[in-house]
Ligand binder design. Structure first.
Ligand SMILES: Nc1ncnc2c1ncn2[C@@H]1O[C@H](COP(=O)(O)OP(=O)(O)O)[C@@H](O)[C@H]1O
Ligand SMILES: [Mg+2]
Length: 428
């Protein structure tokens, strides 16, 4: 359908929808929209389109999609003020970095996009480092990524990650150290690549003491020049109050925010996985030709004959596969092999090592990341089977060239990117 919108209004479009500006001038968070070029608004997302001069839109709405016109801008005045203040400081300090905090759906991504577009107008080399594992903008969910922007953007999702760091889970609680370490590496890399203005987004876990400590550690390690806290009421005070020497700006959460429930957030993650799995095919590799990360598999040796006899005697079966490191015995059992808890305990005691028991096929569906020889992130894939006897691994991925390292995560997916659950048996 066609829709005419007057200058000075904002058109809010809730996806799934697509639209095109046929005539007139419009922009999203400071990024001008090109006429005649199609824009997709994903399900669960709202796009605020500010009309600068009377514009005609072609709009197609998907199921449950909506649109609405409101007067003026939906970007809060405090955002503009804080952005101006930050940008006025950068002349005396380069590189400059800003860390953005806020709960889930507070407007973090939108603020980062707005700030990035304003900084680009100042001709700065802008990098966005995305520390939100679950609702990633740059790179697929379960990774933290960064990009260097060449031109204003309406949606960070449209930009390719320059590099990413695979975490393998979509919430930070159990992987705080990895996230902090990863972000720190990405920050160094962005700086080495000449970034002058760094925007670091964080995840929406802010409630409680543990979250606060984690956020404060992020500040201590990443040393931003300023922290921007987005809050509706006082959600961040217990965090922001603990920040010592770093300057803090508090801004409001926009009233035009569109909140998403768990299910919508899951859908958004799935759309993102899907984008990164597109064009995938199954490829097989010998484990000895690859570097495997995030798993014990491939780290040990086959138990010697005597040891094998001991294992088989205690368990009363021939395990499907065994591998032994200095302190762990990895035991893979066939689908129908039954072993009692008691004999496993006995085995553990007898060999004096920790036991890790995996069922054949249990690995199917695990999300993996693929890296090149220099550790650069190439993409994601799905583990579709390990042939323990041949020591071969099958992966569904669109990545074909330069595969050197496979890092095994804990999220399980199908080829459409649907989340099937979490599985930690492979985790080191
Ligand atoms: N100023 C705004 N005007 C219109 N929609 C907004 C605005 N700020 C955020 N939104 C919408 O609200 C939703 C949540 O905002 P987002 O920036 O993604 O939050 P967060 O990154 O904190 O989870 C998104 O769909 C976003 O497009
Ligand atoms: Mg976000």
């Amino acid at each position: 359908m066609k829709l005419e919108v007057d200058a000075g209004k904002t058109l809010l479009v809730d996806g799934p929808a697509s639209l095109m500006v046929l005539s007139g001038k419009a922009e999203v968070l400071g990024a001008p929209l090109k006429n005649e070029s199609r824009i997709v608004v994903r399900e669960g997302k709202r796009l605020p389109i500010e009309v600068k001069s009377k514009a005609l839109f072609e709009l197609s709405l998907g199921e449950n999609a909506k649109y609405e016109q409101v007067d003026g801008s939906t970007v809060p005045k405090t955002w503009q003020k804080v952005v101006d203040e930050i940008l006025s400081e950068i002349s005396s300090k380069r590189p400059y970095s800003v860390m953005v905090m806020g709960e889930v759906d507070s407007g973090k991504t939108t603020f980062c996009t707005f700030l990035a577009n304003k900084a680009l107008k100042e001709k700065l080399k802008v990098a966005v480092i995305d520390g939100d594992l679950g609702q990633s903008d740059v790179g697929p969910p379960s990774t933290i990524g960064y990009c260097i922007l060449k031109k204003p953007i309406k949606d960070l999702f449209d930009v390719n990650a320059k590099n990413a760091y695979f975490i393998g889970l979509t919430s930070p609680g159990r992987v705080m150290n990895e996230v902090i370490q990863g972000l720190s590496k990405l920050k160094d890399e962005a700086l080495r690549n000449g970034a002058e203005f760094l925007i670091i987004n964080t995840d929406g876990w802010v409630e409680g003491e543990e979250a606060a400590n984690y956020k404060l550690r992020l500040v201590n390690v990443l040393e931003p020049d300023v922290v921007v806290g987005i809050q509706q009421e006082y959600e961040l005070l217990h965090i922001l109050g603990g920040i010592g020497g770093t300057k803090v700006h508090i801004v409001e959460s926009p009233s035009a925010i569109r909140k998403r429930d768990r299910e919508k957030r899951k859908i958004l993650r799935e759309l993102s996985y899907k984008k990164y799995l597109k064009g995938g095919k199954v490829q097989s590799f010998l484990i000895s030709w690859l570097k495997l990360e995030g798993t014990l598999l491939g780290k040990g040796i086959f138990p010697h004959k005597e040891r094998m006899r001991e294992i088989e005697q205690i368990l009363g079966i021939h395990p499907w596969y065994c591998e032994e490191t200095s302190n762990t015995l990895l035991l893979v059992l066939g689908r129908s092999q039954r072993v009692s808890e008691e004999s496993l305990k006995r085995l553990e005691k007898s060999i004096g090592k920790r036991l890790k028991v995996i069922r054949e096929g249990e690995e199917n569906g695990l999300l993996v990341a693929i890296k090149d020889i220099n550790g650069m992130f190439l993409g994601i894939g799905i583990l579709e089977g390990i042939d323990y006897r041949r020591r071969a691994i099958k992966i569904y991925t669109p990545v074909v060239k330069g595969i050197h390292t496979i890092s095994i995560g804990q999220v399980k997916l199908d080829r459409e990117g649907k989340e099937l659950g979490i599985c930690a048996v492979f985790t080191e």
